[in-house]
Design a protein around this ligand. Structure first.
Ligand SMILES: [Zn+2]
Ligand SMILES: [Zn+2]
Length: 346
């Protein structure tokens, strides 16, 4: 039997060829240039229709070569090694050594290809840079502006939640933050997180959440909505003096879990427990800032006479339950023309 190519007479033939001629037919090819799309902002790499975060560039380049290698039909399997020579940060020369196997024959080929890292923004980064948002988290005070402490607390909660979720999901971010109408607006890339935060913030401050949506276009045949979660922070805080049913009470405790508040009737010292909504429209008179010192003129078991610190007129006041005087001054609050003693013990 003769080899149809060279006419030699080997012991065995493959497709009519000696092993040398068969080996010559075993070919491998690789394109001269290979592109890899890299996001210039986060260095994610495109893999088909997906983007791989924090990629190992070495294995990405090996995979890219493997995907691009083409072999002739005579080759049954192959293995390759590659060396990468960085010409500049965007151009890498790959020196590829391929071993081709078939029918007990092994041949080696050496090839080169230039890998070009192309800039292409990944969908997440283009959302971040395109001011993408799905929901607005609105925090609004009922009457006064949010206090600096409230703002700080809310900021902290929003950032902590976003950071935690971002650890596993880069598509979660704060698009922007604005101070509006004495409150705060957070534009968020994910409406699930906006909803969760609205609930947590309302629980912390005893507020109420209202939800609204706005049609923002269509995608894949579905309506897209932008949601607004608005949290109304009640006007009162612990320690505030409020008017409730024509009497003055001090807010002693706000229990967010049960939705109750404990009020202390300033005049009698009696405590009452109410549901939060019952004082929703309350008139807040003020907080700690209302408390003044007044000089004690005389005292009996139930009453105490003090000097009005503004007019220096003597006023007789009933002692609330549990009231104990210390020294010759007492703490009072003035609301309108009325003066109340404030209990030393809360
Ligand atoms: Zn031959
Ligand atoms: Zn990116």
């Amino acid at each position: 039997m003769f080899c149809v190519e060279c006419g030699n007479e080997p012991e065995e033939l493959r497709d009519g060829l000696c092993s040398e001629c068969y080996g010559k037919k075993m070919q491998v090819d690789i394109p001269e240039h290979l592109n890899i799309d890299v996001c210039p902002s986060c260095w994610s790499v495109r893999k088909g229709s997906h983007w791989k975060e924090r990629p190992d560039m070495h294995s990405i380049m090996l995979e890219r070569i493997d995907d691009a290698i083409s072999i002739s039909p005579e080759v049954k399997r192959y293995a390759f090694r590659a060396e990468f020579i960085e010409e500049d940060p965007r151009n890498i020369l790959a020196a590829v050594k391929v071993e081709l196997y078939s029918e007990g024959i092994k041949v080696e080929r050496e090839l080169t290809s230039k890998i070009i890292l192309k800039k292409d923004q990944c969908p997440t980064c283009s959302r971040i840079h395109g001011n993408y948002y799905e929901a607005i988290l609105q925090i609004r005070p009922s009457l006064r502006e949010l206090t600096e402490e409230q703002k700080e607390e809310i900021n902290y909660m929003v950032h902590r939640e976003v950071e935690e979720r971002r650890g596993g999901d880069r598509s979660i971010f704060i698009t922007s933050k604005q101070e509006m109408h004495g409150g705060l607006d957070f534009y968020l890339s994910d409406h699930g997180i906006a909803k969760k935060l609205s609930k947590e913030i309302s629980e912390l401050f005893g507020g109420k959440v209202t939800t609204s949506s706005k049609l923002a276009g269509r995608k894949d045949g579905k309506n897209l909505y932008k949601m607004t979660y608005s949290v109304r922070i009640p006007p009162y805080e612990k320690g505030d003096f409020i008017r409730y049913k024509d009497d003055i009470y001090r807010i002693q405790e706000i229990r967010t879990s049960s939705g109750h508040v404990t009020l202390r009737h300033v005049e009698s010292g009696k405590k009452i427990s109410l549901e939060r909504w019952e004082i929703e429209d309350t008139e807040v008179q003020g907080g700690e800032d209302l408390i003044k010192e007044a000089v004690v003129v005389s005292e009996t078991e139930d009453e105490i006479k003090v000097l009005d610190p503004d007019t220096y007129h003597t006023k007789t006041l009933l002692k609330p339950k549990g009231f104990k005087k210390e020294g010759d001054h007492v703490n009072i609050i003035k609301i309108g023309y009325r003066i109340f003693l404030t209990a030393m013990e809360e």
